[in-house]
Design a protein around this ligand. Structure first.
Ligand SMILES: [Ca+2]
Length: 490
């Protein structure tokens, strides 16, 4: 039997935080806006000087915005002073800052890397370095050697970097592949899951390594001291318990994580080049029980490439030449998508039915009803329907119903069968706000792909067949899926 919402909320005290109520806007600086006509966005590839960042922080704070920075702590550049020192000799004081191992030799005395791990990019994860006759580990490009987090000075150096930026006023970090920082120190060979390949996927030995949570708690202490936010990129971890350990409030590690499963759920046999058909109920299962997600991490690289290819072209501000990214006589550093004449920020702002304006209305709703949409519990409604995607969000005595017709046909929905008897207000509708739901009726006709958000009567007790989660368990990951789905059907 379903417990009442208030009982659940009592057992899961609401933890309010500025970052839960915020809206995140991510930019790619090189493509955002070029105002000095050098063809590249105003924080160039080198990311400017510390003074530039101080101006950026002050400029954001002056506009009641916050600034999050990218923190890459799993590896450094091979041009970094630490690595230049490290590779120079075996007894250099920075030698242990990276992961160096002697070669393996076969019976013919041929030299091989220390194990069979594949890099996420290409070939072996180990690169031989002539100077000292050893290999260093690079889970990504060979120009990105992995730091040795086992060595205390490395952890101290990363903590110092975090504190340096927090002292400058940065409000938090997006942490690059943060779940790879602890490796199994025996560096075993990975099981052979593709006999045609020399190099195998070794992520079970580093994607959620033995000391990961210890390291994250150390970072978390500093972040808590500054009330700073953290979102960790955490690919290749399917165990929901491990994800919970990384983000649960009482653990003091990270605030949120990114995963990639949802980005590839439409991939078919040939990855992103083909699609998979999902039934609506199987998608609901996915949203409800994310841990059942099939192991899809192998497509992560393709996903990243896909996103980068499409998202890093210069920002299209308006239909004037060069899309107003830079002056008309300047060569932008990267070609501008020729569709800028019709697809641009200005056109979006003036079109009331644009994606921009629809998102704005969703964000306004989220701010106005923050208790419900940020902190409220979640309940799937009509979970067995292949046509309707519906759920409630609940906080104290307030309830909201999000109702979406997932088909290209008109569909009739019966509110009373799902415990909905009275609509107090229509908060949003993808066809423009409609009053029809206020009419006491046994049947609601929904237009093709119609999505609506309704404030409903809270006296109705939840249906027993619907299931409930307190927000604290759901916020682990993926919680914006229903909102994305609302967006998707417009
Ligand atoms: Ca510039």
């Amino acid at each position: 039997m379903a417990t009442s919402v208030s009982e659940q909320q009592k057992g899961n005290a609401v933890h309010r935080a500025w970052w839960k109520e915020s809206t995140v806007y991510q930019i790619y600086p090189a493509s955002f806006k070029d105002s000095n006509d050098d063809g590249i966005g105003d924080i160039p590839e080198q990311y400017g000087t510390v003074e530039d960042v101080e101006r950026l922080i002050a400029g954001c704070h002056g506009r009641e915005m916050r600034l999050l920075m990218d923190l890459v702590a799993n590896h450094t550049s091979d041009q970094h002073e630490w690595f230049l020192q490290s590779r120079s000799s075996k007894d250099n004081e920075y030698r242990n800052w990276y992961i160096w191992k002697p070669p393996r030799f076969d019976e013919k005395s041929d030299r091989h890397p220390p194990n069979n791990w594949a890099s996420h990019f290409e070939g072996s994860a180990w690169e031989y370095d002539e100077t000292t006759g050893e290999y260093y580990l690079h889970l990504y490009a060979k120009e990105q050697p992995d730091l040795n987090w086992e060595y205390p000075p490395v952890r101290k150096a990363v903590h110092d970097i975090i504190r340096f930026w927090l002292d400058k006023g940065v409000d938090g970090f997006r942490m690059d592949v943060i779940n790879y920082i602890s490796k199994d120190q025996t560096f075993p060979d990975a099981p052979v899951d593709d006999p045609d390949r020399i190099w195998q996927r070794g992520r079970m030995y580093y994607a959620n390594g033995p000391r990961l949570h210890e390291y994250l708690q150390d970072i978390g202490k500093t972040l808590t001291e500054y009330d700073a936010f953290s979102v960790g990129e955490m690919p290749c971890v399917q165990d929901g318990e491990e994800i919970l350990r990384a983000v649960r409030q009482d653990r003091g590690e990270l605030n949120m994580i990114f995963q990639f499963d949802h980005a590839v759920i439409d991939h078919g046999k040939y990855h992103k080049f083909t699609t998979t058909q999902w039934t609506l109920t199987s998608l609901k299962q996915l949203a409800s029980h994310p841990n059942d997600t099939p192991t899809l991490d192998i497509y992560r690289e393709q996903y990243l490439k896909k996103v980068r290819d499409n998202a890093r072209t210069p920002m299209q501000w308006s239909s004037v030449s060069n899309a107003d990214f830079t002056s008309h006589d300047v060569d932008p550093w990267m070609p501008i998508n020729p569709n800028y004449t019709t697809v641009n920020a200005e056109a979006q702002m003036f079109d009331p039915s644009s994606t921009f304006n629809y998102w704005s209305s969703l964000l306004r709703l989220r701010k106005r009803y923050g208790d419900i949409f940020v902190y409220g519990a979640f309940a799937m409604v009509d979970g067995t329907s292949e046509e309707i995607f519906a759920y409630k969000r609940m906080f104290d005595h307030q309830q909201v119903l999000v109702l979406c017709n997932w088909t290209d046909k008109a569909v009739v929905w019966h509110p009373a069968r799902h415990g909905v008897s009275k609509v107090k207000d229509v908060l949003l509708n993808s066809y423009g706000v409609s009053e029809k739901y206020r009419i006491a009726s046994e049947k609601w006709p929904l237009r093709p792909y119609e999505a609506t958000v309704l404030l409903i009567d809270s006296e109705v007790s939840p249906c027993s067949q619907d299931f409930y989660w307190p927000i604290s368990t759901l916020s682990v990951r993926f919680f914006d899926v229903p909102i994305l789905n609302v967006f998707k059907v417009t």
